[in-house]
Design a binder for this molecule. Structure first.
Ligand code: ADP
Ligand code: MG
Length: 259
């Protein structure tokens, strides 16, 4: 099981638009191993969302290949190999939290019992036990985001793709959710692909940080974190943490210099 869970090889993607081609991704080579927590960081428009969408087969690469769990992105999608968390929680306001989480399971024909069991389990994972009968508007922004993570976990896929899930939240809530997410990751041993704008968030969460540069979106640097997997927020004051943050910042700067 040492094969990469996600493997991109010479992957490029160009959008054709009325204003001409947009080179969103160019020559991306990346392997993500099982159980890694990989953050993608880079300025707006450098192709972070596009890359997650390629993994989820929401976009098709123009060149090169992507493999997910040793399969094509298409096969992986059929097998529901991943859950996807978007920047906006995107919960249906007319459904309860439980109802939102159950929706994809209903569509897939899970029995009522199985659905109830899954909802209780994933709500427990995001520390929202007892909130299944509430409506989204009764929850704070941070709780809504946790509910949307619970929904992404409903199928128990091994891979979790998260596109700036905490970008709209204030720093205190974000800190708390970052700690919760690390706990969830340790408990479930999922492989996580996480997009962020925040250097501290990327360094705090990740075992590997992919620094990207824009136009066309390329990988400027891949940093393997030396921090222990089991970490708490105070690690952000350690020299090791600051050194990794400085390395990310350098990567972002270099990416811009050769634009
Ligand atoms: P990021 O998530 O890093 O901000 P995106 O992956 O959203 O970047 O976008 C990368 C580039 O591709 C940007 O220049 C963006 O404008 C462009 N782009 C994204 N989606 C589309 C699309 N559907 N059609 C045309 N251009 C797009
Ligand atoms: Mg984006």
């Amino acid at each position: 099981m040492n094969n990469p869970v996600i493997s991109a090889n010479k992957l490029s993607l160009t959008y054709q638009t009325n204003d001409g081609p947009v080179h969103a991704l160019q020559d991306i080579n990346l392997d993500i191993k099982k159980g890694e927590f990989v953050s993608f960081i880079g300025p707006s428009g450098c192709g972070k969302t596009t890359f997650l969408r390629v993994i989820a087969e929401l976009e098709t690469p123009t060149n090169g290949t992507i493999q997910v769990n040793g399969m094509s992105a298409s096969e992986a999608r059929m097998q529901r190999a991943y859950g996807y968390v978007f920047q906006a929680a995107g919960l249906y306001p007319w459904r309860t939290i439980g109802g939102n989480i159950k929706l994809p399971l209903e569509i897939m024909g899970y029995s009522k019992e199985q659905r109830e069991e899954r909802v209780a389990h994933v709500l427990e994972l995001v520390e929202l036990s007892g909130f299944d009968k509430k409506f989204p508007w009764q929850l704070s922004g941070g709780m809504q985001q946790r509910a949307s993570i619970a929904r992404a976990l409903a199928f128990d896929a091994d891979i979790l793709l998260m596109d700036e899930p905490f970008g709209a939240l204030d720093e205190i809530v974000r800190d708390h959710l970052n700690e919760q997410l690390l706990k969830l990751w340790a408990r479930t041993q999922k492989t996580i692909g996480f997009v962020t704008h925040s250097i501290p968030e990327a360094v705090f969460l990740s075992t590997k940080i992919v620094v990207m540069s824009p136009r066309p979106g390329r990988i400027a640097n891949i940093i393997e974190s030396t921090l222990p997997r089991d970490r708490s927020l105070d690690i952000r004051e350690s020299q090791e943490f600051l050194d990794i943050a400085a390395e990310v910042r350098d990567g972002l700067r270099t990416g811009h210099a050769d634009e």
